[in-house]
Write a protein that binds this ligand. Sequence first.
Ligand code: ADP
Ligand code: ZN
Ligand code: ZN
Length: 767
Amino acid sequence: MRYASVVLDIPTRALDAAFDYAIPPALEGEAVTGATVLVSFSHRMAVGYVVGTSDEPPAGVPVEKIQPIAQVLAPSSFDDVAAGLAAWMAREYACPLPDAVRPFLAPGQKVRVTRAAPDAPWELACERTGAVDARWAALTPAANDFVPARSASRQRAVIEALRQGPQRVSELSATIPGARAAVTALERRGVVAVRSLRELRGGGDTTLSTAAAPRPEALTAGQRAALAAIDAAREAARGDVVLVDGVTGSGKTEVYLAAIERSLAVGRGALVLVPEISLTAQTVGRFRSRFGDDVAVLHSRLSAGERFDQWDLVRSGRARVVVGARSALFAPLAQVGLVIIDEEHEFSYKQDKSPRYHAREVAAELARARGAALVLGSATPSLESLERCREGLCRGVSWTRVEMPERPGASVLPDVTVVDMAEQFRSGGRSVFSGPLVDALREVAERREKAVLMLNRRGFANFLMCRECGCVPECPHCSTALTYHERGHLLACHSCGRTWPVRAFPDPSTRCPNCGSRYLAAFGVGTQRVEDELAMLLPPHVEVIRMDADTTRAKGAHQSLLERFDAAECAVLVGTQMIAKGLDFPEVTLVGVINADTMLKLPDFRAAERTYDLLEQVAGRAGRGERPGRVIVQTYWATHPAMRAVAAHDRRVFLDAELAERAEAHYPPYARLANVVAWGRCEKDVRSALDALAAAVRERAGDASGWEVLGPADCVKARVKDRFRRHLMVKAPAGADLGALLAPLVASLPRRAGINIAVDIDAYDLM
Ligand code: ADP
Ligand code: ZN
Ligand code: ZN
């Protein structure tokens, strides 16, 4: 008899272990690691996942007491190494085991069990929609002479993407709205050929296999050094890490491509993670052009059916290069040579719901477990990664940093000016644009170039503030500061979505709720106001395009606004943070940051790092073409190290100040930090749950040096949807096993209906 270790998909922290079941002989071949099974558990049927099998009966349980597996509901979706990784995640992030296993399941697998009648077999409700689009589009030789109409921006986007190589029509339409129609139109003109996958596989169709993105003739010295370090790490096969620290445009992607090529040559695939927002048709196209249909793409814009099909390409071994967002880490690729994380500093690599993992940490563990190398790339590496490279070692594997300080060719870094807005105010400036920014915008208009203006919306931009006491009105249901919307004259809460006409809040007099002053005025600016002021400032031939949460709500709106900007002759793109990344328009000669410092006011120890990263990123949007670029940063805090570092193109200015502060205050990378949030309708229960936890943590950690409990305290967002939110933070020494300490303490808290607790290890969101 064989036995299986099964993780039950029952959501309770009290069941935090795998349970043993016997494998009936009839199910021998099916009930393997990774299979979804049906078992009985305390007099009911339950869904579970096999995480290991053995010939030995489990110790300490009488053999006759071990129940058999009733049924196999879905075939294996992960192997033993992946099962080990799930167990590691559950421990490391103090999350329930089933939460850690679920990411490894086939996309679209719904784990509900149903049966038609009391004696009918149990069935897994598994939704799979639509088959993958097997139609591939590729440029024909006629494309070389084809110039699409200036207004046909979709056709141009499709051609641009296909210049990188053939792509599935479904993928094009996931990233370019209206791509299907554009492909049809281009096919009619003989510019694009559409073939089915079978034909592509059959080979011999040269139009589909030769139109590839140009491969650089020679790698730069920096690229060669990075590649050598990656090769060495891959050959060492123990999870060594290489940080490719390269300025924007230094050729990091080219390094990834070359490294993957070498890994594939020895029969090992690669997992490539990019932030969701940079997962564009062009990015995918670059990988496809090198690796053809060896590439699987996993991202949230694909339908569940398409995701399943891509996932299945990986499981069956037909695709060995996986390009995707954070969750691509869980793709069923067994022979992994490389795990690559592009823009590794991105905060979106931390998942904000259970399992609250950080992709970088899971990737490091995965690379170690599979004997692969981990490659991290960024122009602004995280302080965590920089610190590990400085030490050279973390959790037993080596960390190496390779610098790529230059762009290939002639493109130069832009000139950065920091404008002190307080000084502008003192000398009478009341506009949202400082003198230098106005001058620069007029020059752009005169020269018929393009500019990008970024408005920082995190923090307190666009709030109503009392000029006399500084009070900012908050939502009475959530403690979120209300934002002011000029059009409609409304106050809105971004936590619960409630709105009030300004005149009705907080009472008809529109006085400050705190001091009664009448000088309650809009503070900070919104994108609409910037748009309106620009229209007055600039001549009519300049097109002003606004890109923010409001204008990008509709599907595909994001892309079509970018297309409008691209197609315009002379234009200013005004937007929130979403415009900072990935935009690559050579005609942009001016980048303006309207309010660089709003994020600095957030109660978050990473606020300065966020600000610095964002400024560097947005500055990198200027001067990517032949004409030199300029960056103007407006701030009330011109002396802040983040501002000085960006102005001087010298990261050390920021790092030295920031690292000194982190060390002093005992924050990452010199410590670990967990945030435990409790929420519920009953404030008393929320309080007592966290008080009990705080006492338990204090008792367990005792006087051990480096351990510290902060709080409990109300969260910054102390009420959301009428639920009270309190949190406590636990600081621990850098190498400490935080999850192992917290998990049992949280699990043993008395359970109260309506009280939720989230444990966030290495937290990024402290609000
Ligand atoms: P990054 O990923 O660092 O932003 P990319 O890999 O996208 O940089 O490279 C930026 C540009 O430089 C691309 O157009 C790429 O084709 C080009 N490039 C990269 N490496 C080289 C090289 N060795 N020689 C010439 N051009 C290169
Ligand atoms: Zn007031
Ligand atoms: Zn609210």
